[in-house]
Structures are given as structure tokens and as C-alpha cells.
Design a protein around this ligand. Sequence first.
Ligand code: NDP
Ligand code: 13P
Ligand code: ZN
Length: 350
Amino acid sequence: MFEKTTWIKLPRNVLVGHDVLDDLGEAVGDLYLTGRPLIVTSPTPNEIAGDRVRAQFDDPATAVVEEASFAAVEELKETAEAVDPGYLIALGGGKPIDIAKMAADHLDVGFVSVPTVASHDGIVSGRSSIPEGDTRHSVAADPPLAVVADTTLIADAPWRLTTAGCADIISNYTAVKDWRLARRLRNVEYSEYAGALSEMTAELLVENADMIRPGLEESAWVVVKALVSSGVAMSIAGSSRPASGAEHLISHQLDRIAPGKALHGHQVGVASILTEYLHSGENGRWDAIRDALAELDAPTTAAGLGVDDAELIAALTSAHEIRDRYTILQGGINEEAAIEVATATGVIDD
Ligand SMILES: NC(=O)C1=CN([C@@H]2O[C@H](COP(=O)(O)OP(=O)(O)OC[C@H]3O[C@@H](n4cnc5c(N)ncnc54)[C@H](OP(=O)(O)O)[C@@H]3O)[C@@H](O)[C@H]2O)C=CC1
Ligand SMILES: O=C(CO)COP(=O)(O)O
Ligand SMILES: [Zn+2]
């Protein structure tokens, strides 16, 4: 008997473009939500865009979060108890978006994502990534009901955050390779639709890297659309598999070994060079990944990430220990082999 069920949760309204922040009220109105909104933001986006958001709603409440942590999620839930919001609006980068996403899930209310940076695909996905001690927990939650991404604001945000978002998308290329490998060797559930969408999104960014430039609104638009596609791929898969393979494991280990030194997207980009080499050898597309990252001003080396060669090697050799997710690193890579791949790809010096 056929017993499979699929439940794909996707945002209903996605607005990306020039000054669309002023259409937020209309996009939210179209969702038929009731009650007052609680706007969850952090200091800079609150200063840049908080008043423009508040002006579009009756009786909005605001919570400003300073850090991403489980304590911040609990604090937000306490604020929500006092405010009694009908829904949450997250305004800012990954920090307020992840906290609002998780709190909304616990409170059983909807949430709307209003990214002011394009730093990673968490701005549209159904996953929160919350640091705790030296670990980052990837927690499933409902994706946003709507995403309103104002390219005017995003184009003005620090360029390094945008290049991190680009690198997070480029890393989908190796994430999908790991997913396919896991299907072949461990029969893990695989979605052709999610895999193809994620892979195509990464390919498009690699091919068009030279057209993505700082301060250009059109570039912000291309990057946000790619992040939306990546989020949709994860929603179709019902997991982060289409966008998170061994390169993400290496990055998660770098978060522990060398915390706070580099942005998530930059770490997964460099790690993707390594895992592509491991998948396909010297004739693989690791150099196309490296060249696309370089074209975008994203780091391509350990030094570019601000981490020591030894820290990079430690992350690479221990990445397989942290998650039950079959990848090219299953069983681990020893130090000698790790140094060889990192040297061959120029990620560490000879
Ligand atoms: N859910 C997921 O899949 C993933 C989640 N993450 C999580 O996301 C977080 C990192 O994301 P990131 O977006 O870098 O985090 P932040 O929200 O901290 O944003 C980065 C910086 O940009 C500032 N900022 C925001 N908008 C603007 C703007 N328009 N102009 C200028 N500055 C701006 C913020 O200011 P301020 O300091 O005032 O907030 C902050 O200093 C981490 O908590 C990480 O764990 C990372 C990867 C994946
Ligand atoms: O960063 C992500 C996808 O780009 C989320 O992946 P994780 O499930 O590894 O946290
Ligand atoms: Zn990522």
C-alpha cells in the first residue's frame, strides 16, 4: 500500500524589489492575519527601517534583540505574552529572523520575514540556527508566511554580508552532490525537484558571479531571488539537505574551533571548494567554485576567512563527527589527506 505523504510549507507572498518595504502592510493584509504585530528586530535595522514598518500597522509592538541565543528566544516569548501579538514580523538579518522564526513556532503564531541583508538562506527557510556555547543548533520551524525583501535597503547593506549570501548559495552545488551520494549509498530520501532547483540556483550564481557588484540594486535582487529558491528547495525537501552537506559540517566545526572569525556563508564557500575536490578530484569544478567566490570578493582561503591553517584542517578532519548526515566525509578524512586537498586547492599555503 502506498503510504507516503508530502506536506510542503512555503511562503504565500514573496515580494522582492525597489522600495517594497512600503508594501509590507499590503502583503501582510493579504495573509488575513488578525491581531497586532510584534516587530522583532535588532538595533541597526530598527534604526534604518523600524519606523517605516511601524507606520504601516495599527498598534504595533517592537522587541529589539541584541544576540542570537535560546535565552533571547525565551525572552521574546515572555515579551509576546505581555503584548499578545497576532503574528511576528522579523526585520533585519539572520539574528532577529531566526529568533522570531523559532519563537513564532513555539507561540503557534505566523511570522513574516523582512530581511535587510542577504547574508544566508535562513532569511527565507524553515530552519533556525541558534548558537549555544560552542555549538550551533539547527532547529526546524515553519518558514515565513511572507518574505518582503527591499532591494534598496539590501543593496546599501555591507557588501561582505551579500557576498556571504552568494557563497551560501554556491555551496548548494556540493550539498546536492552529498545528498545524491547519500541516496546512492544509504538510500536516504531524495527529492529530484528540490535537488534540481538547488543545483540550478548554485549554477546560475557561479555563471553570473561577474555581474554581481556592490551597491547595485539589481545584484541584490539576483541574490535574494537565489536565496528564496534555496529556501523553497529546503521546504520541498522538508530538510536542509539541498543546501547543507559536508561543506556545512566543516563550517559548523569552524564555528566551534574558531568562533566569530568569519561569516557562515564565507565558511561554507571555502569548504565547498574542498568538498568538490573530494567528490570529483583535480578535474572537478572546484576551481570554478573558487573563481566565482573570488569574483564576488568572497574568501577562497583559510587566511581569507581569518582562520589558521591548523584550525581549518582540524575542522575538516572532525566535520564527520558532528551530525548524522551521510556525506563525502563519512568516516572522516585523516590529517595527511586533509592537508593534501587543502594545499591542492590553494585553501592553505604549501
Ligand atoms: N537559519 C539558518 O539557516 C542560518 C542562520 N544563521 C544565523 O544567522 C545569524 C547571522 O546572520 P546575519 O544576517 O549575519 O546576522 P545579523 O542579524 O547579526 O546581521 C549582521 C549585521 O548586519 C547588521 N545589519 C542588518 N541589516 C543591515 C543593513 N540594512 N545595513 C547595515 N547593517 C545591517 C546587523 O546589525 P545589528 O548588530 O544591529 O543587528 C548586524 O551587525 C547567526 O545567528 C547565525 O547563527 C546562519 C546561517 C544559516
Ligand atoms: O545553512 C543552512 C543552509 O544553507 C542550514 O543548514 P544546517 O541545517 O546545516 O544548519
Ligand atoms: Zn548555509
